[in-house]
Write a protein that binds this ligand. Structure first.
Ligand SMILES: *[C@@H]1O[C@H](CO)[C@@H](O)[C@H](O)[C@H]1NC(C)=O
Ligand SMILES: *[C@@H]1O[C@H](CO)[C@@H](O)[C@H](O)[C@H]1NC(C)=O
Ligand SMILES: *[C@@H]1O[C@H](CO)[C@@H](O)[C@H](O)[C@H]1NC(C)=O
Ligand SMILES: *[C@@H]1O[C@H](CO)[C@@H](O)[C@H](O)[C@H]1NC(C)=O
Ligand SMILES: *[C@@H]1O[C@H](CO)[C@@H](O)[C@H](O)[C@H]1NC(C)=O
Ligand SMILES: *[C@@H]1O[C@H](CO)[C@@H](O)[C@H](O)[C@H]1NC(C)=O
Ligand SMILES: *[C@@H]1O[C@H](CO)[C@@H](O)[C@H](O)[C@H]1NC(C)=O
Ligand SMILES: *[C@@H]1O[C@H](CO)[C@@H](O)[C@H](O)[C@H]1NC(C)=O
Ligand SMILES: *[C@@H]1O[C@H](CO)[C@@H](O)[C@H](O)[C@H]1NC(C)=O
Ligand SMILES: *[C@@H]1O[C@H](CO)[C@@H](O)[C@H](O)[C@H]1NC(C)=O
Length: 734
């Protein structure tokens, strides 16, 4: 030890001479006999990065750092002595000391910065790599796994492309960004951007200890709140997780693009791209991007949307905690459930198109199914929501939320569904608000019912004409219907840009809907049945045939279907205005949850509320007859107002009785009790014949439901029927 200290002055003297020679050849390494002084630099082998002394911004302070070699605008990606600038570099030096650490000494020979090697090397060498990483290793061992130290483990405010950050669980080292104090001072500022692993991994931007922005949890493809990448994907993002590492990597697909991720002194995380032509860094994206990126702006259970004014609203079935504050645009109080939870009788309502909330969350690995997630969440009364962890391949794994759900924003092109816990009473309460909802739904349903009645009416008229012309009968016309064009998977895949996110225009209970364009330029909307759907092939075909039969100019035109292996798709003509709702409306929706039973029970309720049958909405109980209900859409339940549905031009016409018959059938379809509703085949029969129709009973949502009747569909007892006081007398009068 003593010897080496005595030997040092000589060594440094020698190394000083050597270093002058070494640096002049632009070496990429420093060894124990070399010293780097102000003015010396080392350059990576392919000349992409350079290391040496520099002064940031307008400062005269000197720092040791690494910057882009080929970019004239001095852009440091790493600073060694960020907290301790050197003012007089006349005798400052970056060199190895006997412990094997690289140190920076000031003019008083005081060590102001030091590396932190895992062990002392016999013959250490520091090398600047083309990635911008400064590594310390044994001179004769360049295996990355054997690096003794690397600057990448101690990042400052910038990462060059291709760089990972996050956690090494083995060494305990966390790589994260921390802002500079200012453009002139690289000392650690107020802001950090890191991969937070207290719950499920997510990127979090903080000022001190307070969260400013988060991107939401990783969903297998991206962070839930990540800005939409769009058509030209220049960057790839990945989250790696195993027992030894949890890290995030964003990379450029095109290696010729020079790009970096940087946290500005004012707390803006941005990706920048070097544009050679204008010799400037151009912002590719900024985070936070807009007002809704501000963490928790709308409080608990608030929903932020940039498309609305004010930006905050409450989640469906939630109300502002403090109405007055809310009106004053003070949203921090957030929203409350309209109906308090009752642990044992709660249901889950599905939402999509939102950034996954923040909250204390736990997760389960990919061996869990959505049903198991639900069961897991139901088991614990403080579990407020669940979703699939990974949305790829139909979804797997669980993410469970405990406590208030905060920082939710409206997004477009978002596939992840979250199921939020609700009081069961939210779905069958007889309260005042409920009635308002019914009123709204009723008027909506009235319009839809009118549409459906007209379709049935015209369809029937057309069919009658056909029957008159040929004596074909139902068998043959059925065959005709089967000749619906089929599309091959390749055509549909090509038309929708391989089902790209940017082509997605909506999502229903069955799966997503994509917009696309066929080779002949025709625009289509593709309803892609979720692969987890257990709807059988026959059921699917029946549905297709059924919808095809309902073709009408007021409805979206079904062009065909595509059945190939696991894939089941419906292809509609794309219509820019308002067609989406009808495509999303799914006759087969209920079936996506059950197996081959005719009736099943699920606590999860998904769908467009107005179309849901009462037993499904309230108890999650559904059957074939739920679909019939959906078909009829719940009703227009006011005596003698049937005719108001019919166009005045038709009232005196020859077709009136047929129109009214169609409405009558529609009302039969929406009867409260599933066993009262006709089957789909009876509907077709009733429309095609002139026979006497049974009077419709109480439609759903207009009286108290009898749970016993709903739960025991095999029973012929029906207490609801006692409420029957409705007949279509107008029809008889004509
Ligand atoms: C350091 O590098 C210089 C130049 O390559 C070389 O002459 C010298 O022997 C090296 N020193 C050690 C200890 O390897
Ligand atoms: C340096 O100072 C000048 C004049 O005050 C200013 O215009 C410039 O933006 C500063 N540069 C940096 C990098 O702060
Ligand atoms: C810098 O330090 C050297 C000795 O290390 C001293 O000679 C010189 O005067 C100092 N320069 C300034 C400007 O303080
Ligand atoms: C720093 O160390 C060098 C070489 O060991 C020596 O010549 C110089 O006097 C020292 N400077 C101070 C201020 O101790
Ligand atoms: C050096 O590394 C060890 C573990 O590798 C760690 O405990 C220690 O805090 C580090 N010291 C510094 C100054 O980074
Ligand atoms: C995608 O890139 C191509 C070629 O670089 C360009 O022509 C096209 O306009 C870009 N599309 C979008 C949506 O940016
Ligand atoms: C974890 O992942 C990293 C990076 O993909 C890999 O290098 C490492 O070997 C993995 N470790 C385990 C235990 O699988
Ligand atoms: C929950 O609902 C059940 C059944 O309606 C009722 O008996 C129970 O009192 C309710 N519990 C709470 C905490 O409201
Ligand atoms: C998932 O978790 C279960 C139970 O915790 C465990 O048995 C199984 O091995 C895990 N599977 C994977 C792939 O990690
Ligand atoms: C419910 O979950 C919370 C949060 O994970 C936990 O603290 C609590 O012990 C759980 N309660 C039960 C009954 O499992």
């Amino acid at each position: 030890m003593k010897i080496s200290i005595e030997g040092f002055p000589f060594l440094i003297f020698v190394s000083y001479l050597v270093s002058v020679v070494g640096i002049s050849r632009a070496a990429d390494t420093v060894n124990t006999t070399q010293v780097i002084r102000d003015g010396d630099t080392i350059v990576s082998p392919a000349r992409s990065f350079e290391l040496g002394f520099f002064s940031p911004g307008n400062s005269t302070n000197r720092y040791v750092g690494i910057w882009y070699k080929n970019i004239p605008l001095r852009t440091p990606i790493w600073v060694a002595n960020r907290e301790f600038p050197i003012r007089n570099t006349s005798s400052a030096a970056l060199k190895f000391i006997p412990t094997g650490d690289l140190v920076l000494q000031d003019e008083n020979n005081a060590t102001i910065w030091s590396s932190n090697v895992t062990r002392a090397a016999r013959n250490p060498v520091a090398q600047l790599l083309d990635s911008g990483n400064l590594v310390i290793r044994e001179a004769n061992d360049d295996q990355p796994g054997n690096y003794l130290w690397q600057s990448f483990d101690y990042p400052t405010n910038t990462f060059p492309q291709g760089r990972d950050f996050g956690w090494n669980l083995v060494t305990g080292i966390e790589r994260y960004f921390s802002s500079w104090k200012s453009n002139d001072d690289p000392a650690q500022g107020e802001f950090t951007y890191r991969l937070d692993i207290t719950g499920y991994p997510q990127l979090v931007l903080k000022r001190g200890d307070s969260v400013l922005h988060r991107l939401g949890p990783w969903n297998g493809m991206q962070f839930s709140g990540m800005p939409s990448i769009g058509q030209n994907i220049t960057f790839t993002a990945k989250l790696y997780m195993n027992s030894s590492v949890i890290y995030f990597r964003e990379d450029t697909l095109d290696r010729s693009i020079v790009s970096r991720f940087s946290l500005s002194p004012s707390g803006v995380a941005q990706r920048l791209t070097w544009v050679e032509r204008i010799q400037e860094w151009v912002v590719y994206y900024n985070l936070p991007t807009d007002i809704c990126d501000n963490f928790g702006l709308c409080g608990a259970h608030g929903l932020c949307s940039t498309g609305t004014s004010p930006a905050c609203s409450c989640l469906d079935r939630f109300v502002p905690k403090d109405e007055q504050a809310w009106v004053r645009s003070d949203w921090s109080g957030g929203c409350l459930r309209r109906a308090p939870l009752n642990c044992t009788r709660d249901v889950f309502l599905g939402y999509s198109g939102i950034k996954m909330p923040d909250s204390q969350f736990t997760w389960f690995n990919e061996s869990f199914t959505l049903e198991e997630c639900e069961a897991e969440c139901l088991r614990n009364c403080s579990c407020m929501a669940y979703s699939n962890l990974d949305i790829r391949r139909g979804g797997s794994g669980c993410l469970l939320w405990f406590g208030d759900l905060v920082d939710i924003r409206q997004l477009t092109g978002e596939e992840q569904m979250i199921y939020i816990r609700m009081a069961a009473s939210e779905l069958d309460s007889k309260g005042k608000k409920r009635k308002t909802l019914i009123a709204v739904l009723t008027s909506l349903a009235g319009i839809i019912l009118l549409g459906l009645s007209l379709i049935l009416f015209f369809w029937k008229r057309k069919k009658n004409h056909q029957n008159l012309r040929n004596e074909g009968g139902p068998e043959e016309s059925h065959k005709e219907d089967l000749e619906l064009p089929t599309f091959d998977l390749w055509t549909v895949t090509k038309a929708t840009n391989s089902f790209s996110i940017s082509n997605k225009i909506g999502e229903g209970g069955f799966g997503p809907v994509y917009r696309g364009m066929l080779e002949d330029g025709k625009e289509i909307a593709v309803k892609r049945m979720s692969r987890t759907s257990t709807q059988g092939l026959d059921e699917f075909k029946n549905e297709v045939i059924f919808i095809a039969k309902l073709q009408h100019r007021n409805l979206v035109k079904l062009l065909g279907c595509c059945i190939q292996g696991e894939e089941k798709m419906l292809i509609y003509e794309y219509m820019p205005n308002g067609s989406l709702d009808l495509i999303l409306f799914d006759f087969g929706m209920a079936r996506s949850f059950s197996g081959n039973e005719t009736e099943a029970n699920t606590m999860r309720v998904v769908g467009t509320y107005g179309y849901m049958s009462p037993e499904y909405a309230v108890d999650g109980l559904f059957s074939v007859k739920s679909d019939v209900y959906s078909f009829g859409v719940h009703g227009y339940y006011k005596e003698r107002r049937c005719l108001e549905l019919v166009d005045t031009n038709l009232v005196d016409s020859f077709y009136l009785s047929e129109a009214v018959r169609s409405i009558h059938v529609a009302l039969l379809c929406v009867q409260q009790s599933p066993e009262d509703r006709p089957s789909m085949s009876s509907v077709v029969l009733m429309l095609g014949s002139e026979g006497v129709l049974p009077p419709p009973k109480q439609p759903g949502f207009f009286a108290e439901r009898d749970v016993r009747a709903a739960e025991n569909t095999s029973s012929s007892k029906n207490t609801v029927s006692s409420l029957n006081e409705y007949t279509i007398t107008v029809l008889d009068a004509r």
